[in-house]
Design a protein around this ligand. Sequence first.
Ligand code: NI
Length: 134
Amino acid sequence: MRISMSLPKKLLNEFDEVLKDRGYQSRSKGIRDALKDYIVRYQWMKEMEGDRIGIIAVIYDHHYTGVMEDLTDIQHDFREYINAVMHVHMTEKYCLEVIVVKGDVKYIRGLTEKIMRLKGVEHVKLTSTASGQK
Ligand code: NI
């Protein structure tokens, strides 16, 4: 199928740079692979179960109106599953927040997905490992 889409110029330039570095000849092939990666990552997240401990790394533009308040509100809603938060003022524009999470992955996943949906958030990555007593 053929689709058309609009993207910010900066994002497309960055994507094309990555494709060039990786030796891709075709942007369509690159987009197909990126979509597959996205789907696999989501499925992997969906399949995890039980108690986990991990971190959510979030990069966001702190100039984006409301993003800091939204991020704080969400973290307060999920405070039972958050052990610590570290904030790094990465550049003039971007902040990195590292959220240490622990508990049932249902809630950790919910927290991660809520953050992913926020406008102004550019990157979110959950890394976790099983934490159940053996
Ligand atoms: Ni900051």
